[in-house]
Ligand binder design. Structure first.
Ligand code: NAD
Ligand code: DAU
Length: 352
């Protein structure tokens, strides 16, 4: 299916999309990839500098909401992987409009163009475990569960998922939805918690841990995610949903401590700060459906985290400019200024 295919990847200058394009070009020498990316603040064109001269790769700067552009690109495409999205929960709490525009309407624009041309054999929608909402201890979400998104980001992603299923039911568009857990690995924007904590530690700055730090996430290494998407596109069933979880559960406080240990920095850098509004306590996916298709993760939590932290330690050139950027500084101040000023030091909280 992907061998010799013409593939449209959206959002390929972001974290997972860039890792996936590198995966495709490495695994499928005969494929051709078009990367449509708007180059928002979250992107980094450097992510794909190693392949910019590869004849099989073409970059198009543009918006998935631009129907004319999308229509032109879709005309000769065999497979679509839609990574393009606004992705940061905290930012969706500050401003949700851009999330609804890209994650819901943008997905619709892609689907509409794909159905007009009969050539698209797979439309893979990259979604998230957040659409299931908070998971009580002892429970894991199955693909057939009701969606209970609780943040504007999660609600927007759920809207995109619903459009995909509607286009499958109504027009027979061969759409597949994947819902993955928290990814880590090279080239993730420093706004997300693992890169934020790793780069803060490397700068000897405090690590802002929300609430009591006991929230649970499942840490999936990005390469494992890419392998899952590859398999699902080839062996998954149109109209189906596939959860992608590694089972690498950790509380946020353990993640912070492990990062500091890896970098040989003191735990006193941790600050307990005001919690995220509506913070989901726990995510957990039942991924048995995908395991039946033949996928299993290769990275456990410690190897995934060690690789990720090593990458940030060795690639300061990649992330240091983000901290120097005025817009990021403005966001950082709004998000963390007050919180850090009032933060509770690690030793005070953990010794009580
Ligand atoms: P990211 O924020 O790193 O990258 C998003 C990319 O999309 C950027 O390059 C950005 O420029 C581009 N983009 C944004 N709006 C666009 C638009 N309107 N048109 C074209 N391009 C646009 O995101 P990521 O973490 O790599 O996530 C990729 C996808 O995977 C998203 O759909 C996200 O919801 C999903 N996902 C992410 C995770 C995770 O842990 N990061 C987990 C599960 C699912
Ligand atoms: O679960 C999949 C989702 O994972 C993806 O769909 C999202 O695109 C991706 O951003 C991520 O969402 P999270 O909200 O889980 O990721 P984030 O890195 O923002 O936060 C992870 C956990 O760490 C969460 O419990 C909140 C906490 N946190 C986060 C930040 C940024 C902190 O304690 N301090 C922080 O400064």
């Amino acid at each position: 299916m992907l061998k010799d295919a013409r593939i449209l990847v959206t959002g390929g200058c972001g974290f997972i999309g860039s890792n996936f394009i590198l995966h495709l070009l490495r695994e499928y020498p005969g494929c051709r990839v078009v990367n449509l990316d708007k180059l928002t603040y979250a992107s980094n064109p450097n992510n794909l500098r190693h392949v910019q001269d590869d004849a099989r790769y073409r970059f198009v700067e543009g918006d998935i909401c631009d129907a004319k552009l999308v229509d032109r690109l879709m005309a000769d495409v065999d497979a679509v992987f839609n990574f393009a999205a606004e992705t940061h929960v905290d930012r969706s709490l500050l401003e949700a409009g851009s999330f609804i525009t890209t994650d819901v309407y943008g997905t619709y624009v892609l689907l509409e163009a794909a159905r007009r041309y009969g050539n698209v054999r797979r439309f893979v929608q990259i979604s998230t475990d957040e659409v299931y909402g908070d998971m009580p201890e002892g429970q894991s979400a199955r693909e057939t569960d009701a969606l209970r998104p609780r943040s504007p980001y999660a609600a927007s992603k759920a809207g995109g998922d619903m459009q995909c299923l509607a286009f499958f039911e109504t027009y027979g568009l061969p759409a597949i939805i994947t819902r993955a857990a928290n990814n880590i690995g090279p080239r993730q924007h420093v706004e997300k918690v693992v890169p934020l904590f790793a780069t803060s530690a490397l700068r000897d700055q405090p690590l802002p841990l929300y609430g009591d730090g006991r929230q649970v996430r499942d840490w999936l290494y990005v390469e494992d995610h890419c392998r899952a998407l590859d398999l699902i596109a080839r062996a998954g069933e149109p109209g189906e949903v596939y959860n992608i979880g590694a089972g690498n559960y950790q509380e946020n406080i353990n993640v912070a401590e492990a990062i500091l240990d890896l970098l040989e920095k003191p735990r006193s850098l941790i600050r307990f700060v005001t919690d995220r509004q509506g913070h989901d306590r726990r995510y957990s996916l039942d991924s048995s459906k995908l395991r039946t298709v033949g996928w299993s993760p290769r990275y456990d939590f410690h190897s995934a985290l060690a690789n990720t932290v090593a990458w940030y330690r060795e690639n300061r050139w990649w992330w240091a400019p983000i901290y120097a950027d005025a817009l990021f500084q403005e966001y950082f101040e709004r998000q963390y200024g007050e919180r850090l000023a009032q933060g509770v030091p690690y030793d005070l909280r953990t010794s009580t």
